[in-house]
Ligand binder design. Structure first.
Ligand SMILES: [Zn+2]
Length: 474
């Protein structure tokens, strides 16, 4: 069985056929960098990391493009409200570029902790303003877009007859039932901004044929995906909340510009809820990754995501997380217990029962990346390892080899990443020792304070007293 992918276009699992044999072009909408990364980011980018890793495992050459939205994403997602980054820049009294850079770094830092591979190309919207202006001009020239007397450029969705083909929404659906603020210079309420005129106080703006302004949110993805992957590419990914309006607008822009199909497979991961409730800033239930990592560790969070199929809703609750603990411990102890057998020579060795598990694991992943079944098979492997304990070290070594290949390479689960937490523990320990030494100094018991300093020094740790207090040098 070859790889099957659920395509949002057809609402069906389809055989994956790349445009160019042996190559995959994949574009995934990246984060808008205006706040700390949260569990929704973790889910989406772990899911596409799994796709990326699986394509690599299957021998494809993958060009994985992910953008960084550092301008143009308005608070309301629908052309209303202020730019998210500008709003944060004012709140934090920082330059908007500094805001974007700060949260971009934070994003990549969290992704590294989650063992998410970096995309082949990471591109920022602000680095593509010239191409964006050219694309907007093409849409105007082709009659799909119009410039208003207020200096805004909108896409006229009624000119694109396929608008709604991804989401299944008709133009009438969009108007009814949604409370949206409509700019008074739009021809139709559903039209979306390609270029917005900047007010006097707007911080990020560029000269354009239509005056000083900044791009709308959707156009950057059409521009950057085309620049790096061509007119038509294999896979476009994102969260289900991107289907409408974002991906629908991308299709309208790209296909109007090129006259060709934009994407062959649209792949969407489902939402994350907290205790059954939709997660949202306004509901105050957004879980930031750094808080979560502190409590559970990033590999635990990754396992929790991988355990669930990407198209099912992922509910985040303490109880559900606790359930992951059992699986985590089983995997972690398998790794720990088989560590000493890793070097055993396995030339010509084979265990059909383990090979069968590997085959079933790969079949599950071929079936629209069913990692939930994959994890269940890895647990069977743990059972086999327990049976082999103390009597078949070769089998243990063999299981470890296959486990590393499936859980490590494909699922990106690394149970040996302990560096982060052990560093944190070391910091806590050293800080504790310094506190004790401070107490001795306060009580004028200098001989004990010096004893601590000298003993640490013998072990390569220097305590340096400064005006701001004691500092440590390793
Ligand atoms: Zn996008």
């Amino acid at each position: 069985m070859g790889l099957k992918i659920y395509n949002t276009f057809t609402r069906n699992k389809e055989d994956f056929k790349p445009i160019s044999e042996g190559n995959v072009g994949m574009y995934v909408c990246g984060p808008t960098v205006y706040g700390p990364p949260h569990v929704g980011h973790a889910r989406s980018y772990v899911v596409f990391d799994l796709w990326y890793r699986y394509f690599l495992y299957k021998g494809y050459k993958v060009k994985y493009v992910q953008n960084i939205t550092d301008v143009g994403h308005l608070v309301g997602d629908r052309d209303e409200g202020k730019d998210k980054i500008q709003t944060k820049a004012i709140a934090e009294q920082l330059d908007p570029v500094a805001v974007a850079y700060k949260y971009e770094n934070m994003y990549f830092d969290c992704m590294r902790k989650l063992n998410v591979l970096k995309p082949t190309i990471s591109c920022r919207a602000t680095g593509h303003i010239i191409e964006i202006i050219m694309a907007v001009q093409t849409l105007i020239d082709k009659g799909y877009a119009y410039v208003t007397d207020q200096g805004n450029v909108y896409y006229d969705v009624r000119k694109f007859k396929d608008y709604g083909k991804l989401s299944g929404r008709t133009l009438d659906d969009n108007v009814s039932g949604e409370r949206i603020e409509i700019a008074d210079d739009k021809r139709n309420p559903e039209d979306f901004a390609l270029w917005k005129k900047a007010d006097e106080d707007h911080l990020m703006k560029w000269p354009s044929p239509w005056g000083e302004g900044y791009p709308g949110w959707h156009i950057e993805c059409s521009v950057m995906s085309r620049k790096y992957l061509g007119d038509t590419f294999d896979i476009h990914g994102g969260g289900v909340d991107n289907i409408f309006p974002h991906h629908e607008c991308e299709i309208a822009q790209s296909e109007a510009i090129t006259g060709k199909p934009f994407v062959n497979y649209f792949v969407h991961n489902n939402l994350v809820t907290t205790n059954g409730q939709k997660m949202g800033k306004s509901l105050g239930n957004v879980v930031n990754l750094d808080d979560l990592f502190e409590k559970y560790g990033p590999m635990f969070v990754r396992l929790y995501i991988v355990k669930n199929h990407y198209r099912s809703v992922l509910d985040f609750s303490e109880d559900r997380l606790a359930e992951t603990n059992i699986t985590y411990e089983k995997f972690a102890s398998l790794v720990e217990e088989t560590e000493k057998y890793k070097e055993i020579n396995l030339d010509g060795v084979t265990y059909p029962d383990i090979d069968d598990m590997k085959t079933r694991f790969l079949e599950a992943l071929d079936d629209d990346l069913n990692t939930a079944v994959g994890i269940a098979i890895l647990l069977e492997m743990v059972k086999e390892a327990n049976k082999a304990k103390d009597n078949d070290t070769k089998k243990l070594a063999y299981i470890r080899k296959i486990f590393d290949e499936l859980a490590g390479n494909i699922l990106g689960l690394n149970f040996e990443i302990k560096e982060e937490s052990s560093n944190e523990n070391l910091d806590k320990l050293v800080n504790g020792i310094i506190e004790i030494r401070n107490e001795f100094k306060k009580n004028k018991q200098y001989e004990y304070a010096d004893l601590i300093r000298d003993r640490l020094k013998e072990n390569g740790v220097n305590i340096i007293d400064t005006k701001e207090g004691a500092k440590i040098e390793f």
